[in-house]
Design a protein around this ligand. Structure first.
Ligand code: AHM
Ligand code: MG
Length: 338
């Protein structure tokens, strides 16, 4: 391309309209939800980018100049999700990492056929160090026939998801989503306030050179996991070892890197927490949907994450996700085959 040549840009709104046209039976309700995800992302991004100013402008928990309580960022983000989605008429119920029970749609608003699960601000322990954080969302069609949605509409099998994705508040803000037809990534151009298509139909490498886990828990890992990590550390030119280690401690950022560069992200079971730490419904399943749509694999070490039928809203699951070859290798160690 010649210097200074003007490039064509595709906004997320335009992309959603184009995608909807591929489904003649679509009513536009899912598209509306996706528009609202983009809007919510921008509203949260605005606050996240001011997080470093909190000490200057007022500490969390203080009363601000308008006489309002200054909210913690993760509570703000949770509230933002609720207020963005409760009145659109597309949802019958929501659930969030931040709330114990399901979040009903207020009776004055119309109910719709969809269900939204989300983690409003994942990795929030990183905020004070200006390290990347993210939001994660997962959308299902309701299971119950009518009336306000229930916990039964929220506690599902990941394979039933109709859309999922995440927002990464990093050096740039990015929105990545899938509706089961590939993975699309949009980068926020803050000067015009638009998400622009930056990565079309992401496909991840079949094998990578990076592993990502909290190695501080080495002594609590299963034998299989520990031997897998040791294997990746052994030098061997032919199989591309040793792998590099990268761990941000924000799932969205660690999985996003894995999506682009390949390799494996794992939050395995430990002797301290036998089901790992990450939550099935609004962390593991949506990220698994993205990873699979990008040609990768997402398992709990023995089985496909999206095949697991959840039994409660906040249940945890061990996570091994990333490049197909790397995840298969990890599973063979977990199974004691190596
Ligand atoms: P959170 O939902 O309380 O923010 O916790 C989830 C985060 C993930 O983003 C990340 O992968 C993990 O916790 C890191 O945990 P650890 O500090 O145990 O490595
Ligand atoms: Mg979380």
């Amino acid at each position: 391309m010649a210097m200074n040549e003007t490039k064509r840009v595709v906004t997320i709104d335009r992309h959603i309209v184009d995608m909807q046209a591929k489904y003649p039976e679509a009513t536009g309700e899912l598209s509306k939800l996706l528009y609202d995800v983009a809007l919510t992302a921008k509203l949260i991004d605005r606050e996240v980018s001011k997080a470093g100013l909190v000490d200057i402008l007022g500490l969390t928990g203080e009363v601000n100049v308008q006489g309002e309580e200054v909210q913690k960022l993760d509570w703000f983000a949770n509230d933002r999700f609720v207020k963005s989605f409760d009145h659109g008429g597309q949802l019958c119920v929501m659930a969030s990492e931040e709330e114990e029970g399901v979040i009903p749609i207020p009776s004055r608003f119309k109910l719709g056929k969809y269900v939204l699960l989300y983690d409003p601000l994942d990795g929030s322990s990183n905020i004070d160090a200006n390290v990347s954080i993210g939001s994660i969302f997962s959308i299902y069609k309701r299971k119950t026939a009518e009336g306000p949605g229930t916990v039964e509409d929220c506690v599902r099998q990941g394979a039933e998801q109709v859309a999922a994705g995440y927002v990464l508040y990093g050096s740039s803000t990015m929105l990545v989503y899938t509706t089961g037809r590939g993975v699309y990534c949009f980068t926020l151009d803050p000067s015009i306030g638009e998400f622009l298509l930056s990565h079309n139909r992401i496909q991840m490498p079949k094998k990578g050179k990076i592993y990502s886990l909290n190695e501080g828990y080495r002594n609590y890992l299963s034998d299989g996991t520990r031997r897998f990590v040791e294997y990746l550390q052994e030098p061997d030119k032919e199989t591309g070892r040793p792998y590099s280690s990268r761990y941000i401690g924000s799932m969205v950022a660690d999985v996003h890197r894995t999506l682009l560069y390949g390799g494996i992200f794992l939050y395995p079971a430990t002797s301290k927490s036998p089901k790992g730490k990450l939550r099935l419904m609004y962390e593991a399943n949506p990220m698994a949907f993205i990873v699979e749509q990008a040609g990768g694999m997402a398992t709990d070490g023995t089985q496909r994450i999206m095949d697991v039928q959840a039994s409660e809203l906040h249940e945890r699951i061990p996570v091994f996700m990333g490049s197909e070859e790397d995840v298969k290798l990890a599973m063979s160690f977990e199974a004691g085959e190596r």
